[in-house]
Structure formats: structure tokens, C-alpha cells
Design a protein around this ligand. Structure first.
Ligand code: SF4
Ligand code: SF4
Length: 412
């Protein structure tokens, strides 16, 4: 949220109707208002992860919207309880999907910026921001995936791997490079000029850091001769698509998620899957690719093209998909019990229909793997490029690079 957006939000901060549609069970008809439109009737009852876990109206889009009005209009004091209520939102966006009046996420973003300005940011978020400011990535002390280091520094197709695929889940980075190479696309990579996308700074409320990162990354991508920028991570995709243009203006190149590239290559006949995969899988929509980014069909089209693969939907999918609990790492690191409970709900939902879950974001992969392990679940978790590589007979290994994680969680 840039300064102009923040000012605009503060002018309209008390617009919430208190209709409860953002968390309540089923469509709601407030006494002075009309019923939600029919498409919203499909919204699952258990839609807001923080309301499901804490069971309090304060922990909903509505509650946080009302807190924002109290803080910005009435000077309500900011104490630790208020910080916890606002910070323990996974940013999943389902409240904004049904809210008829306003985007509750804007209230949450505005309050988080206020916490940072007052020096009251949660400690785990401060640590992530320090990693990004000092090391330009989330994982202090790690080395970049060698396959990425070996790529040219300039080119029309730039692979923005993101911190997970570059430092912790190298298999996703390797798979992406090899799949695209097999389809005739040689991607470039910016090496050390690829800074963390700044998602944690942006959604954690550190506006100055997220804007510094945006300016650097856009400038570096332009200098690399980019015409199309490809992301692995749903959070990188979301900040490149929406946050960066709000900071620097319209980008002079296209931004796409790898699932969109793969679906396009399939349409052109440039990808062929000649290895059968006899599995039943389900697809988990990352919040920042689906609800925030509008990409629902492309990953499903890619999975549907893999011979032998059976794909079943979970109870909550697509627009109403449930969060994995990661919150782009912010929830996972700041409120781990809440994140794990949310992840456990998603793991059980997946294992009710399939033996494996495929998603299209390394951050979701990390959270779902970690939760499945804690739940002693046999559910396997794959990032989409890993499944595609297997279908193409490309061997990349799916082991996550071992090592200590300075961002808070351990490799699993
Ligand atoms: S973004 Fe998700 S977790 Fe946060 S208030 Fe909205 S529905 Fe609840
Ligand atoms: S935030 Fe939106 S959906 Fe939630 S109570 Fe207010 S107006 Fe209704």
C-alpha cells in the first residue's frame, strides 16, 4: 500500500457494514441491505482461517476493519493484544473476496504500516526485514542454487526464482530451468541482482523497505533486457503484478507465473509429457496466485495433460480455496501454532481425496510438507514444476537443500 492508497483508505476507514459476510456461516442479509449475490452463496462456511482458529470476531476482516477505524479515527491505543489480532491474519484474501463494501485487507495493511512506523512490528517480521535489507534475501547465510548461477545474466525471458527456489528449494529452480530449456526457452537469471521480492516487507507493513526493493528489482530487470519475467512463487507474482507498478508505475515488460508459461507451451504443442504418472493428486490454490492473482485454470490444465494422473478437487478449491497457513511466511514465523493448525486442516482436506497434493508456490510447499510431517500424514507435496519434470522424464531430485534456516523454520 503506497502513501496515496493509505491516505485514501484512512478517509474511508469506517465504511464497514458489519454484515459479517467476511467470516459468517452462509450468505448474510443485514437488516438494511441486500443479500449477497448468488456466486457468493458457494462460499464455504469455514472461510476465514483466523476466525476458525481463534473463534473471535476481532480476528476477522470485520473485526480488523473496526479496529482500524478505532485507531485511525478515534486514536484507540495500540497495545500488544491489538498487534496480535492484526498480525495473526494469513492475508488469504477470502474476506476481500466476499466483502461488498471495502477490502478488509486494506485495513490490515494500513494497521501493519502503523505498527512499523511506531516501532511495534512483531520480532519475527523484523528479523525477516533485516535479512532482506542486509542480505537481499530471506535466508541469511545460504548459497544460491548453482543451476541458477550458471544462467546468463541478460535475456528476454528472465526467471525470477524467488528466495525459496533460489536458496532452499533448488529442485523447483532446476526443474523450471530444464523444462523451459526442453521447450526451447533459455531463461536468464539476475544472480545477486535478484533481491527478495519484498513480499514480507510489503505485507508486514515496512513500506520504505518494500519500495526500495521494488525500485531495485525493476531497475535490474530492465537492465537485464527483460521482455517477460517468470516467477515460481505466488507471492513474488503478486508483488510484481500489483505492488511494484504502484511504486514505479507500469512495468515495461510482462509478468507471468510459471504455471501460465507451462499452460501456454502446452497449447502451442511445445511441451510433451511422455512419462505416465499413475497417481491421484489434488491441487492446492496458493492464495496469492488464485484469489490475489486470478490464476486458477492454468495449473489445472497442466496437471490434466499429464498421462495417468488423476486430479480430484478438495472440498474448498479455486476461489474458495483454504489457506495453507504460511501467510507468505509471516504467519508461519509469527504465529506458528495458528499456522500449523491451518496447515493441518488443509492437509486433512487433501488426504481425504488424494495421496498427494500439488501446488504452484514453493512457500505453500514448505508449509504443507512441514504440517504433513507434524501430523504424521503420508500425504506427498509437490510443486507444479516437479510434477511436470517427472512427466517429461527430467531428473532434478526433489530433496530440499539442507541447512540452518535463519528465517526461522528448519528444512523439512
Ligand atoms: S485475509 Fe484471510 S485470515 Fe485474514 S481476515 Fe481475511 S479471511 Fe481472515
Ligand atoms: S469487512 Fe466487509 S464483509 Fe466484513 S463485515 Fe465489513 S462490510 Fe461486511
Amino acid at each position: 500500500m503506497n502513501g496515496r492508497q493509505l491516505d485514501e483508505f484512512k478517509r474511508q476507514v469506517d465504511i464497514c457494514l458489519v454484515c459479517a459476510a467476511c467470516f459468517a456461516h452462509g450468505p448474510v442479509t443485514p437488516h438494511n441491505w441486500t443479500e449477497l449475490p448468488p456466486p457468493e452463496w458457494d462460499a464455504p462456511n469455514d472461510r476465514c482461517p483466523s476466525y476458525e482458529y481463534y473463534g473471535l470476531r476481532s480476528h476477522t476482516g470485520m473485526g480488523r476493519q473496526m479496529l482500524a477505524a478505532s485507531v485511525f479515527r478515534e486514536g484507540y491505543p495500540v497495545d500488544q493484544d491489538l498487534i496480535d489480532v492484526v498480525s495473526s491474519c494469513t492475508n488469504c484474501g477470502v474476506c476481500s473476496e466476499v466483502c461488498p463494501m471495502w477490502r478488509p485487507l486494506d485495513a490490515i495493511a494500513a494497521l501493519r504500516q502503523e505498527f512499523v512506523q511506531r516501532g511495534l512490528q512483531p520480532r519475527a517480521t523484523q528479523k525477516l526485514d533485516a535479512n532482506v535489507a542486509e542480505c537481499h534475501n530471506l535466508f541469511r547465510g545460504r548459497t544460491r542454487e548453482p543451476v541458477l548461477e550458471a544462467l546468463p545474466r541478460r535475456g528476454a525471458d528472465l526467471y525470477f526464482a524467488g528466495c525459496e527456489a533460489a536458496f532452499r528449494q533448488g529442485a523447483t529452480g532446476r526443474a523450471t530451468v530444464e523444462i523451459l530449456r526442453a521447450a526451447g526457452i533459455e531463461v536468464a537469471h539476475m544472480g545477486g541482482d535478484e533481491w527478495c521480492c519484498g513480499f514480507v516487507a510489503d505485507w508486514g507493513g515496512n513500506a520504505s523497505l518494500s519500495e526500495e526493493v521494488a525500485r531495485h528489482n525493476v531497475q535490474a530487470a530492465v537492465a537485464a533486457g527483460t521482455e517477460r519475467l517468470i516467477t515460481s512463487c505466488a507471492e513474488c507474482y503478486a508483488v510484481w503484478k500489483t505492488h511494484y507498478p504502484s511504486v514505479v508505475g507500469e512495468l515495461p515488460f510482462e509478468v507471468v507465473h510459471v504455471s501460465e508459461v507451462l499452460a501456454g507451451l502446452l497449447d502451442e504443442g511445445a511441451l510433451s509429457f511422455d512419462h505416465e504418472i499413475a497417481r491421484t493428486v489434488t491441487y492446492h490454490d496458493p492464495c496469492f496466485l488464485g484469489r490475489h492473482g486470478g490464476v486458477y485454470d492454468e495449473p489445472r490444465r497442466v496437471l490434466a495433460a499429464i498421462p495417468g494422473l488423476k486430479v480430484r478437487e478438495m472440498r474448498r478449491y479455486g476461489r474458495w480455496s483454504y489457506c495453507c497457513g504460511s501467510g507468505g511466511k509471516l504467519t508461519q514465523l509469527t504465529y506458528p501454532d495458528f499456522a500449523d493448525a491451518t496447515g493441518a486442516a488443509r492437509v486433512h482436506e487433501a488426504e481425504a481425496v488424494a495421496g498427494a497434493v500439488v501446488t504452484a508456490c514453493p512457500a505453500c510447499v514448505m508449509q504443507l510438507r512441514r504440517t504433513a510431517k507434524k501430523q504424521r500424514s503420508a500425504l506427498e507435496v509437490f510443486d507444479l514444476p516437479l510434477m511436470v519434470a517427472e512427466a517429461m522424464g527430467i531428473e532434478v531430485g526433489s530433496r530440499i537443500t539442507p541447512g540452518e534456516d535463519s528465517a526461522g523454520g528448519s528444512d523439512e
